[in-house]
Ligand binder design. Structure first.
Ligand code: 0WK
Ligand code: BGC
Ligand code: BGC
Length: 924
């Protein structure tokens, strides 16, 4: 269908026909011209309607509720701050898409001193039509060739170059250097690019070109480059507005309003992509038949409707369509239509700008129309100027309505009645069209009177701004490398974890044989898990975790009832004298008995004592050494049951019958074993960490007997104290160990448990701050304070919801001001430290369950592990990471992890109950 056809018109001799079906063909020509010009008139009400509807569409999109039909895209750009002016260095900038069929390469030197600027060197390259419409690889190869050609002319040698890629099309950005093209606009339609990461495509093309080592560190939309290129002196521009071949704007939105980002502080630059705004309700009334025709003929039918009324690529075409129509109607050029007038794209923005330029004068208008093969009369030339003015005035007014919507959004976003804002403008429509900016300013003042807007033309089309973003990206990329380098030792491979498993198996075997081993494999004299026939009331003590608890445990047919009370163990008591510690324990028992009305009763007591003890019997436990911050004197090497009994005697309290001393791992196994008979392993990951399991008695060298089982307390916290874990130990582990009260001891525990993870993170953050990667290198007193970064912070920070907000809240409480990038890095440090801890713990459990499976010569073992401990219970990912590691390293074991509900106090009571049951049987 030819052009005339597309207007739905038949070429009939001498008879003017009217495009709008059903519209009478007015007799006189000026009426027809007025009617055409009238179509481009947009009323204040219509502009306000567009402003309101566009604002509504923006806010829907921010909430992630955009209806695709009318949507502006509101794309986050990962630019979180306007430049501080300190950025410096040499950068290559490649601009593609801002100015239609050309790309530009720039060499920008940032001085890093506010206001100091070096004129960028640049070169423009025309992109052949077939490249704009051909395979994507061809376009990116073309860009890489232009880059080379540009750099060949510069003394750059083969230094590593950093490039900022200004890519002026709608993209989903997932990082400063990762951006997926949503759809082409503005005459581009290369295949194989939509849905692809354009940074990777450029990197591949530069690779193929192979002439320069260029690192593409940032991709930005041209509006962002325009905004960032704004002279800092003028006050930061917080809106970037481009009207070149296409049109779009970006602005600094409050991050908390951007649903796709889980950020609640700071601002983020949003590329509005208003070119795709097409709310028929708002746009319908201002769309003319010429707009519909232009859209029909365009490469992207039905898309970018708003852009096609404003962008420089389309203004000339709109004018041409009107002139061709009026010529067809015999109203212009004597009804003559030259081939050029009927050829799409023959009237360019430059033509329109010149025709409109009051200084151009009629002569220039004539010259342009004659170049189109027309022979205009004076009135024709005047009419043509009116048509150009009508088309461009509408474009400027519509652009103003859109900008007014952005200003209203800024007012809402900042809850401000009035707004003072600087808007950076870029693009040839601004540079070339004489009245575009003034019409835009006037209309914005009408539509957003409470906004005081200053328009700052961007000096070099945003090249400087792109270099700024690139400098920020380069800094962040460098920081990312340093972060990866710092965290790499925490990232354990499957091979390393399997090696830990194997080493643990070896140490277990040696420990069971009583040979030198960092795993003491302590017999606990618990030979059996409960069988449910236990009955009675028991007292239990639970010492060694976060809290000291005294419990009354009632075991009956219906199950177990527990009454307990938590008492604190002040640090001065935990690190005071043994006598003081045990007197404190007895004080708590007496207090509990009084409160529970048990005073005077001598109930059997089970004592969960969560420290390494050599047990000589169920009620005899020689403390080998304190751990977890306890260091009471005169206890190590002592039988703690005796110490307790002495304290009871000192208090002349009622005679308590201490029946059993158990490790918290054993208590936990017993407690869970009461519900699940498969539970044969106990695991604690709390303040400290440890595990026990039911071993074949025949394998326990130091305990007589070859049949049956005995629960072994592995004391795996000390695994690696013989240096066997040194290959995994990082400089931060060493710092934590050196600062601990038991340096060189409990090395495995110090990589896993709650008492230490916060400290490992703190030391890592201090290191990254000293490298300038975090907190702009500002060390703070608070962060240098021991134990100030609690391990529970890791659980909060790594919680899936609110991650970055938690980081902020926690770190600001520590007196640290941080950027969103800082927050992300702190989150990654926490993840690396906790992941390693969980994986090491998983490697340990895999070693234990594989041992049991092999003990029993089973193809497959089904076993349950009773678990307790704050870190395991509260950390959002710890338990799943442990389970995943066990599945990976012990595939022939089906392992169920049972979180103990009542703690090991219940377990201690059950051990006591079993002991009492066995004792009664022997008495009978
Ligand atoms: C609760 C148990 C207790 C154990 C503690 C370990 O009842 O025996 O010591 O868990 O976890 P933490 O309190 O150290 O986090
Ligand atoms: C693109 C935008 C760009 C604008 C101005 C539009 O066609 O979708 O990303 O900012 O043109 O170049
Ligand atoms: C102790 C173990 C205890 C573990 C968990 C370690 O420090 O040595 O006996 O089981 O902490 O509380």
């Amino acid at each position: 269908m030819d052009f005339i056809g597309s207007l739905g018109l038949q070429q009939r001799e001498g008879v003017p026909s009217c495009p709008q079906e059903g519209l009478p063909c007015p007799s006189n020509s000026s009426e027809l011209v007025q009617e055409c010009l009238q179509q481009f008139k947009v009323t204040g009400a219509q502009l306000r309607q567009i402003q309101i509807s566009l604002l509504d569409s923006m806010e829907q999109a921010l909430k992630g509720q955009a209806s695709p039909a009318s949507a502006v895209r509101m794309l986050p750009t990962y630019v979180g701050s306007t430049p501080h002016g300190t950025e410096q260095g040499d950068f290559v900038v490649l601009e593609l898409g801002a100015t239609g069929a050309s790309l530009r390469v720039l060499w920008v030197t940032l001085m890093g001193i506010e206001g100091h600027k070096m004129e960028p060197r640049s070169q423009e390259f025309v992109i052949p039509q077939e490249v704009m419409l051909g395979p994507g690889q061809q376009l990116f190869d073309f860009a890489a060739r232009c880059l080379s050609e540009f750099l060949d002319a510069l003394p750059v040698g083969n230094q590593g170059l950093q490039l900022g890629f200004s890519f002026s099309f709608p993209c989903h950005q997932t990082g400063l250097d990762k951006s997926t093209l949503i759809s082409w606009t503005k005459g581009f339609r290369c295949s194989g690019v939509e849905g692809q990461d354009v940074v990777q495509l450029l990197r591949d093309a530069i690779q193929r070109q192979g002439t320069y080592s260029i690192d593409v560190v940032a991709v930005v939309n041209d509006t962002v480059g325009t905004m960032m290129g704004c002279e800092p002196g003028v006050g930061p521009c917080e809106v970037g507005l481009v009207v070149d071949t296409g049109t779009n704007a970006c602005y600094m939105e409050e991050a908390r309003h951007v649903a796709v980002l889980d950020e609640d502080r700071g601002r983020v630059c949003i590329s509005v992509e208003w070119g795709s705004f097409s709310d028929d309700g708002a746009l319908g009334p201002v769309l003319t038949i010429f707009d519909r025709t232009l859209d029909h003929e365009s490469l992207n039918l039905g898309a970018q409707r708003f852009e096609k009324m404003i962008g420089g690529l389309y203004l000339g075409e709109l004018v041409r369509l009107v002139l061709a129509h009026l010529a067809q109607c015999g109203v212009l050029f004597g009804g003559y239509t030259s081939p050029a007038l009927l050829r799409q794209g023959s009237i360019l923005l430059e033509h329109v700008a010149e025709i409109e330029d009051p200084s151009a004068g009629a002569a220039r208008v004539h010259a342009i129309l004659q170049d189109l093969g027309l022979n205009p009369s004076a009135s024709d030339a005047e009419f043509v100027q009116h048509v150009c003015a009508a088309v461009c005035t509408r474009a400027a007014q519509l652009c103003a309505a859109a900008l007014a919507a952005v200003l209203s959004r800024l007012q809402h976003s900042r809850e401000q009645q009035t707004l003072q804002i600087a808007v950076a403008t870029g693009g040839r429509v601004f540079e070339r069209h004489p009245r575009f900016l003034s019409i835009l300013q006037e209309t914005v003042m009408l539509l957003a009177p409470e906004c005081d807007v200053s328009f700052i033309p961007s000096v070099d089309g945003g090249g400087q701004g792109v270099a700024m973003v690139t400098a920020v990206a380069a800094r962040l990329a460098a920081h990312r490398c340093l972060l990866e380098e710092t965290l790499a030792p925490f990232r354990l491979t499957r091979e390393q974890l399997a090696a830990v498993q194997a080493q643990m198996r070896e140490a277990m075997a040696k420990g069971l044989q009583g040979e030198a081993s960092s795993l003491r494999m302590l017999p606990t004299y618990v030979r059996d898990t409960p069988d449910g026939s236990e009955r009675g009331d028991f007292l239990a003590l639970d010492l060694g975790g976060t809290n000291f608890r005294v419990l009354l445990v009632h075991v009956a047919t219906g199950g177990v009832q527990i009454t307990s009370q938590i008492y604190s163990i002040p640090e001065c008591v935990a690190q005071g004298s043994g006598q003081q510690l045990f007197d404190h324990i007895v004080d708590c028992i007496v207090d509990f008995q009084e409160k529970q009305g048990l005073s005077g009763q001598s109930l059997p007591l089970g004592f969960t004592f969560s420290f390494p003890c050599t047990q000589l019997g169920l009620d005899q436990g020689i403390l080998l050494n304190w751990t977890k911050g306890f260091n009471a004197s005169d206890c190590e090497g002592q039988d703690v049951v005796c110490l307790l009994r002495e304290a009871i005697r000192r208090r002349q309290a009622v005679e308590l019958n201490v029946v059993a001393i158990v490790n918290d791992t054993v208590g936990t196994m017993m407690s869970c074993g009461y519900e699940d008979p498969h539970c044969e392993v106990g695991l604690i990951v709390g303040t400290g960490t440890n595990a026990c399991y039911m071993e074949e008695l025949r394998n326990v060298a130091i305990v007589a007997g070859d049949s049956g089982h005995m629960c072994i307390n592995m004391e795996w916290g000390a695994f690696g104290d013989d240096g066997s874990l040194s290959m995994l130990s990082t400089r931060f582990d060493a710092s934590v160990d050196q600062a601990s009260i038991n340096p060189g001891k409990q090395r495995f525990e110090k990589m896993i448990s709650g008492m230490y993870l916060g400290e490992i993170v703190r030391h890592t953050l201090l290191h990254l701050t000293s490298l300038g990667v975090l907190f702009r290198g500002q060390q703070t007193q608070r962060l240098q304070t021991r134990d100030i970064f609690k391990t529970k912070f890791l659980s909060e920070i790594e919680s899936d919801s609110l991650a970055l907000r938690q980081v902020r809240a926690i770190l600001e409480d520590l007196g640290l001001s941080l950027t969103s990038d800082d927050a992300l890095m702190v989150l990654e440090v926490c993840q690396a430290v906790s992941q390693r801890a969980a994986q090491l713990c998983g490697a340990g459990v895999a070693a234990v369950v594989e041992k049991i499976r092999e003990n029993r010569g089973l193809e497959e073992l089904t076993v349950s592990v009773g678990v307790d401990g704050t870190l395991y219970k509260l950390h959002p990912h710890f338990s799943s990471l442990v389970a995943a590691t066990v599945r990976e390293l012990a595939p022939r074991c089906v392992v169920t992890f049972l979180q103990s509900e009542d703690g090991s106090g219940k377990g201690a009571a059950l051990v006591t109950a079993v002991a009492c049951r066995l004792a009664q049987m022997t008495c009978v």
